[in-house]
Design a protein around this ligand. Structure first.
Ligand code: TMP
Ligand code: ZN
Length: 416
């Protein structure tokens, strides 16, 4: 189901001990280890076979500062039938509006190819904003089917030069924008990914890659963003190392608050005739992430895991009931790191229908519809979807009026 990955995905340096070091003094070092963990989105109904477990360990490249997992779980296992659906939340709609405004500030709306287009939510939004001729490339069969049925043209594939050529043709032969939201760091082969970008782009194409902003992830100690799908934890210096041999360069960097802090890294071909925006240098200068930064993050993460474990134990000992909110990949990481079971957390609610009547990966905790919060009125609710905190706290004001309390685990465990 998985295999070790011991060379740096961005610059090619090798894990010490493995063959093929370009320079034996440079190496990948282990900086964070959660042990063997279940696959984060492996939500299964009773009788369905679980996909299983794999080591969850982060290695850091001292040469280019890329952090990446020590193993790669087969993509067919993770994505053939993918449970994660882009949320139709107010927070997400605001984010899409900001993206449209920043993309069209660069150049007029035009044909767009979205990589990892999920259920087509962003492409639908873009279409309404005048981006006609759009095509998605989405590896999950269930999501590509759903998007096509919904009228969003979607190729069921991974990005490589072949799927890129097909998407470009479907777009009418010229692509103005290539978007890749939260899929770049899911890809094992960045060579294929860059080949795909190069096949899609001509000199006027803008490529926009949205990834978590690593300094925010570190500052928030959001270790719950470390799971098997997130193969890489991308710094801008690692991006620069990756692009060195390609015809693409960073053009502009824009930061957004979504998902606890993200950046949109815009790329343009070397022959675009446009100078890079000063934001590239600014963001590169601001991030100073070393192996020690990661080691401190790891120590703090283990302290937070210990703290939440103790808090829930003390609440349960006092006879209080506890549930969870948002059966996201993040909830799987927390639940298993804290070794929670149904005795600790009675259920986790989620808006995604496909997750109802499943259990949380690695545990017996049932996933329910969001209505369970008011029906059951547990004393405490752990907000695993902390990245939507303000929207959810407002939406669930009745629960709070009835005495329910939220435990927000990130950036630091807090009861509201
Ligand atoms: P994400 O942080 O990976 O996008 O996952 C958020 C999860 O939380 C996702 O499974 C949907 C769920 N969710 C709710 O249950 N209620 C909500 O109001 C929102 C915004 C998300
Ligand atoms: Zn490297």
């Amino acid at each position: 189901m998985y295999r070790p990955h011991t060379t740096c995905r961005a610059c090619g340096y090798a894990f010490h001990g493995a063959g093929g070091n370009r320079n034996p003094n440079e190496k990948l070092v282990s900086v964070f280890n959660l042990g063997v963990q279940p696959l984060a989105n492996d939500f299964c109904k009773s009788g369905q076979e679980r996909q299983g477990y794999a080591p969850l360990e982060v290695l850091f490249c001292e040469k280019c500062r890329l952090a990446q997992l020590s193993v790669v779980v087969k993509p067919e296992v993770l994505y053939k039938n993918y449970a994660y659906v882009t949320s139709d939340s107010e927070t997400m709609r605001k984010h899409f509006a900001a993206l449209v405004s920043d993309l069209t500030a660069e150049q007029p709306a035009g044909p767009v190819v979205e990589i990892g287009s999920n259920n087509g939510a962003l492409l639908k939004h873009l279409r309404a904003e005048g981006f006609i001729n759009s095509v998605g490339i989405e590896p999950a069969e269930n999501l590509a089917r759903e998007a096509n049925a919904d009228g969003v043209l979607t190729i069921n594939d991974y990005l490589d030069s072949e799927s890129a050529a097909k998407a470009k043709a479907d777009c009418g032969g010229k692509v103005s924008f290539v978007l890749a939201r939260h899929c770049f760091c899911h890809a094992d082969s960045w060579v294929k990914m860059i080949d795909g970008f190069e096949a899609l782009a001509d000199k006027d194409t803008l490529i926009a890659i949205e990834v978590p902003y690593l300094p925010d992830q570190i500052a928030n100690v959001s270790f719950d963003q470390c799971y098997h799908e997130h193969l890489s934890y991308l710094s801008l210096s690692a991006m620069a190392a990756l692009l060195e041999d390609s015809v693409l360069r960073m053009h502009k960097v824009i930061k957004y608050p979504i998902h606890g802090g993200c950046v949109l890294i815009m790329l343009r071909p070397l022959n675009s005739g446009r100078d890079p925006h000063p934001s590239v240098e600014q963001f590169m200068g601001q991030e100073n992430i070393t192996a020690d930064t990661w080691r401190e993050f790891a120590a703090e993460a283990h302290a937070q895991i210990h703290k939440l474990g103790l808090l829930i134990k003390s609440l349960r000992d006092a006879g209080k009931t506890v549930c969870g909110y948002g059966a996201s990949a993040k909830s799987t990481v927390w639940v298993n790191a804290c070794k929670f079971s149904r005795k600790d957390i009675s259920f986790i609610t989620d808006t995604t229908k496909g997750k109802w009547h499943t259990t949380s990966p690695g545990t017996d905790i049932p996933i329910t519809d969001p209505g369970a919060l008011l029906r059951e009125l547990p004393d405490y609710c752990i907000l695993f979807a902390w990245n939507f905190a303000s929207e959810i706290l407002a939406k669930e004001s009745l629960y709070r009026e009835k005495g329910g309390k939220f435990i927000i685990p990130v950036p630091h465990i807090k009861i509201v």
